[in-house]
Each structure stands twice: as structure tokens, then as C-alpha cells.
Design a protein around this ligand. Structure first.
Ligand code: SAH
Length: 359
């Protein structure tokens, strides 16, 4: 707590860390804090002493802290858990030892049991340090360049790109050329692609929770219209929120196109899918999304992975009537069980969030 980033956070007053010695609440001449476990004989930290220690913390901070017990039986720690803890005003971490702590204390006063991995340590001190360290770097101002935190592994649920420093050539291995080329746009594109590649090959399980919008190039939305009731304003807002540009309307029929143009003078109305992909540009991946539970439809997670693998523009196609999606190549993502009553702009918002947003 005195060095590096946690040290700066503590000395700069951004984070306060107080150590509480359980011994101070011990009983008798030996200041006893533990006792033999009923039935097995190992040592267990006793509930009354733990409670007194917790009360002292509550008294000093004026409110009951959020109580975390690091334990191999807890939920596996993740960046999401750390982010949740960092939102708490006060967090108390109870370090177990030997066999652990009395279960009654856990049941009554522990808000969250977290494990740092499937291994057993001798005590909760190292897990506590881990939690404080990971929390402290999330406090605004703790990490010098706040952008650095944003770009780290897991911040948006994706792994970081590989990093290199001088010398540019070492033991016969060169740093990827793009990094020394000085083209900022190409560099950021390379970093995005590497992050995607790493995440998909090493930890594909992370993709379901990750926010992937920034790892994709252009995202476009089109709606195949059957009638003029598209609620373009709502749709445009939804698309803006997901950085998906202005939505396109595909209207095959001439009269419908004319009616649409009159109703939505600012709309981008196109006659057909083929014309549309021409407008969006080269290298477009078309992903058709339907809201109803269809057999053989791709799960949204799979659609997300396919989008990540594609190094180019993406076009999500929705239809006012699902029947209209048939016969065009692309993918259909199963997104909802029942959705007849959901307005289309909301339905598309949910779909975009499943595909692009963080879980
Ligand atoms: N008998 C316990 C293990 C106790 S290990 C059991 O099998 O569940 C002693 C203490 O070390 C625990 O109380 C806990 O605070 C800490 N500890 C050990 N392994 C841990 C892990 N993987 N994650 C978090 N804390 C751990």
C-alpha cells in the first residue's frame, strides 16, 4: 500500500486503507480469536470476535461496510466484481486463516464470498491485497493516464493487445512493423485486431460479456420495410446510442419508397439489399437478425463472434416482418422468445445491445 499505483492512491488520499487486527478483539489472557472446529479439529476464527471487529469498523466509518470474505468457496473474482466493489463507499475484507471462519458469521454478515482461483491459500491476506490493488486502480486519478485503464484487459471484457518496447529488434525477433511505422490509424486498427484475435483464441468465453463495439469497424443497421410504420426517429436514436450510424430503410416496392420519402424526408431509403451493400462499401458482412425463436437460427453469441472475426463493415438487417428475411444470404440470430408486443426500435435496441454491449 506504499508503492506504485495503490501507494499513490493511498498517499494522495484517493483510497483509505485501514488494517484491523483481530487480536485486538481477542478473549482472555491469550487474546484468543480462534478455536477448534467442531467435528474436525482444525482451527476456525470465532464469530463473536469477528463481529466485534466488524462493529468497530462500522462505528469508525459511520456505516456498515460491504463485507467481503475471500474464500476458495466464493464466486471466482472478475473485473465485474472488482468494479462492483469499487462503487461501494466502504468495503471490509475479512481474512480467514487455517480452516477459515465460523460459518454463522459468514451467513449473517458477509455480503460477498469471493475466490481468487481454484487453489487453496493459507490465509485471506493475499486475496485481500489483490482486491485492494485491483480496486485502487479503478479510482479516478489513481492511474496516471486514465486511458490506460480503459485499454487494459477486461476493462471492456476483452483482452489487451500484445505490447512491445525498445529495442525494435531483439534476439532476432522484430516488433510488428505497423507499430514502428508511425501511422496512428493503422496502429489503433492493429491493436483492435490483435485484441480480438487474442480474445477469440485464448478466452472465447469472455466474448459473451464483452463490450465489442470498439473492436468492430463500421456498424450499419437496415430495416426491410413492409409498410411505412417504421418509427424512424426511435430507430435513429437507438442506432446513435450504439454508434451504428443512421439506419437504412429497404423498401422494394416503388409506392412504399415514395410514401416513405414523404413521411421521412431525411431517411436513407434504398430499393434492395444489393444496392445497400454497394452504398456501405467494400467488405460488408451482412448479419440478419430476427427476434423470434427460430429453429436453426444462430445464437446471438455466435453472431457476435462472427462479427468480431470480420475485419470490415457490418450490416445488421432487421425486418418489419420476419418472413422478409428469407431467401437472402446471411445469418439469423435467435434473440428473443416472444416479442410481438415490443416496438421495433426497442427490439432492435435489445438486439444491438446483445451484440455490442457489455453483459
Ligand atoms: N477450509 C477452507 C479453506 C481455508 S484456507 C475451505 O476449504 O474452504 C484459509 C483462508 O485462506 C480462507 O479462510 C480464506 O480467507 C483464504 N483463502 C484460501 N484460498 C483462497 C482462495 N482461493 N480465494 C480466496 N481466499 C482464499
Amino acid at each position: 500500500m506504499r508503492t506504485s499505483i495503490p501507494g499513490r492512491a493511498v498517499t494522495g488520499g484517493l483510497v483509505g486503507v485501514r488494517l484491523v487486527n483481530l487480536r485486538d478483539f481477542g478473549k482472555g489472557n491469550y487474546r484468543q480469536i480462534d478455536d477448534y472446529a467442531f467435528g474436525s479439529g482444525g482451527m476456525v476464527l470465532a464469530a463473536p470476535q469477528l463481529k466485534e471487529a466488524l462493529d468497530s469498523v462500522t462505528k469508525e466509518s459511520g456505516a456498515k461496510p460491504y463485507v467481503v470474505y475471500p474464500s476458495p468457496q466464493g464466486a471466482l473474482i472478475s473485473q465485474e466484481i472488482i468494479e462492483t466493489l469499487a462503487l461501494q463507499e466502504n468495503v471490509a475484507i475479512i481474512c480467514g486463516h487455517y480452516e477459515g471462519i465460523d460459518e454463522r458469521f459468514t451467513q449473517k454478515y458477509v455480503d460477498m464470498e469471493v475466490s481468487i482461483g481454484d487453489c487453496v491459500l493459507t490465509g485471506g491476506e493475499i486475496p485481500a491485497m489483490l482486491i485492494v490493488d485491483a480496486m485502487s486502480r479503478l479510482v479516478p486519478g489513481a492511474v496516471g493516464k486514465s486511458k490506460a485503464v480503459i485499454e487494459d484487459s477486461f476493462y471492456r471484457g476483452m483482452l489487451d493487445n500484445p505490447n512491445y518496447t525498445r529495442p525494435a529488434m531483439w534476439e532476432g525477433v522484430k516488433v510488428p512493423e505497423v507499430l514502428t511505422g508511425g501511422n496512428a490509424q493503422e496502429i489503433s486498427r492493429w491493436r483492435r485486431r490483435e485484441a480480438v484475435r487474442r480474445t477469440l483464441t485464448r478466452r472465447p468465453d469472455l466474448v459473451s460479456r464483452a463490450s465489442v463495439r470498439e473492436y468492430l469497424k463500421g456498424v450499419n443497421v437496415a430495416v426491410i420495410a413492409e409498410n411505412e410504420n417504421v418509427n424512424l426517429a426511435g430507430l435513429a436514436e437507438t442506432c446513435r446510442a450504439y454508434d451504428a450510424g443512421r439506419p437504412y430503410i429497404i423498401a422494394g416496392n416503388h409506392e412504399l419508397r415514395e410514401a416513405m420519402k414523404e413521411k421521412y424526408p431525411e431517411a436513407k431509403i434504398i430499393g434492395g439489399m444489393k444496392k445497400l451493400t454497394g452504398v456501405i462499401g467494400e467488405n460488408v458482412l451482412t448479419v440478419k437478425i430476427t427476434a423470434s425463436a427460430k429453429i436453426n437460427a444462430l445464437h446471438s453469441l455466435e453472431a457476435k463472434r462472427i462479427c468480431l472475426e470480420h475485419d470490415g463493415n457490418i450490416l445488421f438487417v432487421f425486418a418489419q416482418n420476419e418472413r422478409m428475411l428469407e431467401g437472402v444470404d446471411g445469418l439469423t440470430g435467435y434473440l428473443f422468445g416472444k416479442c410481438e408486443e415490443i416496438p421495433m426500435s426497442v427490439e432492435i435496441g435489445i438486439a444491438l445491445d446483445r451484440l455490442l454491449g457489455k453483459r
